[in-house]
Design a protein around this ligand. Structure first.
Ligand code: GLP
Length: 244
């Protein structure tokens, strides 16, 4: 779906999420949301906060699993995805803090492997993700699944691509400050979600959007694996769709 601008697109996405939360509430069910960071979802979180404050949208039945976190990364750091999610969403809504799951950037190295297995297990125990929100990196990564990621990969630690680190460099005040590793949900984890929306706004995403939607399915552009998912929609603005 191509929107004339990202604000209108973001409001539509927020409505879909809100409708899902309400539908689950009406059936006395939990709503299991996979959430993303980066600049792309910020307006969506803003709109969900507005709906909570002005329209009484409740998040009491919502359980969230974030896609990724830098490693190592302290929760308290302004660069952490933990900080980002609290600043943009969790601090402003009525979600139960126990229902928030974000990969922990300070887990000791020797516990990391088991920690990642348990992250996937926890999602499975909730019956899987009802909905997954995604952005896309210029390498074609979703979450931090960089080129080379296996289509069936689970949550794991990953070495970040140089392009990804370059893109993150301005907010870290230099590439040397950008962590070299991250924890990310796997492609397999993401693909099990019942519904996926991928967001891409702006010119600088146009060529990777084209490769993702029109290119061959390849581990070199991990987002192309979404072509195999039965219920994925790409949410674009004019600029991001210009090469399609
Ligand atoms: C980071 C995140 C991704 C996100 C990507 C794009 O790499 N780990 O989940 O999709 O950035 O970011 P932006 O939305 O700022 O373009």
């Amino acid at each position: 779906i191509v929107f004339s601008n990202s604000n209108i697109g973001s409001v539509c996405v927020a409505k879909e999420i809100a409708n899902l939360i309400i539908e689950k509430q009406n059936n006395n069910q939990l709503c299991i949301l996979g959430l993303a960071t980066g600049s792309s979802p910020i307006k969506i979180y803003e709109e969900l906060v507005r709906m909570h404050k002005e329209e009484g949208l409740s998040f009491e039945n919502v359980v969230t699993f974030n896609l990724d976190e830098y490693y190592p990364m302290d929760k308290k750091s302004v660069h952490s995805y933990y900080y980002f999610m609290h600043q943009h969403l969790f601090n402003h809504i009525d979600i139960n803090p126990n229902n928030i799951n974000i990969p922990c950037g300070t887990i000791p190295l020797d516990e990391l492997h088991q920690y990642c297995i348990d992250y996937d297990l926890k999602i499975k125990e909730y019956g899987g993700l009802d909905f997954q929100l995604l952005g896309i990196g210029r390498t074609g990564h979703i979450g931090f699944n960089e080129p080379g990621s296996h289509y069936n990969s689970g949550t794991r630690s990953i070495t970040l691509d140089h392009v990804t680190r370059e893109d993150a460099a301005p907010s870290f005040l230099g590439i040397d400050n950008v962590p070299k590793k991250a924890i990310t949900m796997g492609i397999g984890t993401v693909k099990k979600a019942k519904r996926i929306l991928l967001l891409a706004w702006g010119h600088n995403k146009a060529s990777i959007v084209k490769e993702t939607i029109e290119g061959e399915i390849t581990s070199e552009v991990p987002a192309t694996y979404l072509q195999e998912h039965p219920n994925t929609t790409f949410i674009l603005n004019d600029e991001a769709s210009q090469e399609l």
